[in-house]
Design a protein around this ligand. Structure first.
Ligand code: NAI
Ligand code: COI
Ligand code: MG
Length: 348
């Protein structure tokens, strides 16, 4: 692991720059030796320059130890951004090019946080979402486009290679946690993809006798996330189901402003990328209303992955203390960041 962290930062669009300013503030407060290089990519940059992310920019990002991203995406009604041109051409391009096959999304209901669930119990699980396959790969098309007879396909790609490696990662996570994997899919209907996943989960389970596993259809999984979220330890699922379930997981655990994630390349061939689960939130952008906690907790995930466990623990502890101290008074994005950064610095 490097002693000096060579970090690329992509603040992005909407609330992205606001939450990233606080995340970088907290990173600096840890005292970890880090060089921060900012890149302007996102919808705003595209609208100003016509450029999204070219090969030389991808090559430059590849030179970094890790990437911290705010959120990207502009106004969904803007015709210049149609077809998810930024989400696909920037965010997914990075995940695919840097082989971020593990999208790791931890969920905890902190004791001090008000959950919409009245009695959630002790909730602490991680979603291991496959990050490079599924219906997000862009394998589709449409004919007779724009006519009443249009036919559109979006094919979910699931390879034995891709499923095996993420399932193996999930079982290894469970070995280091409470020893339970829940595989989530829709094997009763998506029988080809689901069958592949099912066989691989069964085979991998045999390699991890200390881990229990069970299976839930994705629709039932949404029930249990609300009625009994404490039953989960590690959830492993595909790209689309994982995207949806982790917004729900964020909602039950105090809000999307608290949910952090890592797009991990476990092999270390490419830089991993850390980002809040949320998007660019155009409805609150530029008003200092965004909660920067998810971006700050993404820094903690990054520090842990980059070999700075003490600094990561200090950031997590400062967030936990800040959550415990939150009352009814509204604080700005920067005020939350200032408070957490001060707590991190004083614990250093
Ligand atoms: N990783 C990324 O860069 C992602 C980008 N997007 C993009 O973001 C744009 C907006 O997408 P939406 O579907 O509206 O999802 P969103 O996550 O941006 O917003 C959903 C709701 O959560 C609220 N919210 C989000 N983050 C918050 C925070 N930190 N503090 C307080 N409230 C927060 C928003 O105000 C909004 O009401 C779209 O262009 C979408 O494609 C969406 C998800 C992920
Ligand atoms: C905008 C999508 C491509 C990403 C997303 O919603 C997510 O990764 O959670
Ligand atoms: Mg999402």
């Amino acid at each position: 692991m490097p002693s000096s962290l060579n970090l690329a930062v992509i603040p992005g669009d909407g609330i992205g720059p606001e939450v990233i300013a606080e995340a970088v503030k907290v990173l600096k407060a840890t005292g970890v030796d880090a060089t921060v290089t900012e890149y302007p990519f996102g919808a705003t940059h595209y609208l100003a320059t016509g450029s999204i992310l070219d090969q030389s920019e991808l090559d430059a990002l590849a030179q970094h130890d890790a990437i911290l991203l705010g959120a990207v995406g502009g106004d969904p009604q803007d015709p210049r951004l149609k077809g998810g041109i930024i989400e696909r051409g920037l965010l997914l391009k990075l995940r695919f090019a840097f082989d971020h096959y593990v999208n790791l999304r931890p969920t905890r209901i902190y004791p001090s946080v008000t959950s919409p669930l009245s009695n959630p119990g002790e909730v602490d699980f991680v979603v291991v979402r496959e990050g490079t396959e599924g219906p997000y790969v862009g394998n589709g098309g449409s004919i007779r486009t724009g006519t009443p007879h249009e036919i559109a396909n979006e094919v979910s790609v699931n390879t034995a290679f891709g499923v095996e490696r993420v399932v193996k990662f999930a079982f290894e996570q469970a070995e280091q946690r409470r020893g339970k994997v829940t595989f989530v899919h829709k094997t009763n209907v998506l029988t080809y993809a689901g069958g592949l996943w099912q066989r691989i989960v069964q085979a991998e389970a045999a390699n991890h006798p200390s881990v229990d596993w069970d299976y839930l259809h994705v629709d039932a999984a949404t029930i249990f996330l609300v009625t009994n979220p404490a039953r989960f330890d590690v959830i492993v699922t595909d790209n689309l189901f994982g995207d949806i379930l982790t917004d729900l997981a964020a909602a039950i655990s105090g809000g999307i402003g608290l949910a952090a994630s890592g797009n991990i390349n476990p092999d270390g061939t490419f830089p991993s990328m850390f980002e809040p689960v949320h998007g660019s939130a155009p409805d609150i952008a530029g008003k200092q209303l965004a909660d920067p906690t998810a971006a700050i907790l993404s820094v903690a995930l990054m520090l842990a992955q980059q070999g700075h466990p003490d600094a990561a623990a200090r950031v997590s502890a400062a967030v936990e203390a800040d959550l415990a101290s939150r009352g009814d008074a509204k604080r700005s994005t920067a005020e939350v960041g200032d408070a957490i950064a001060a707590a991190v610095a004083s614990a250093g």
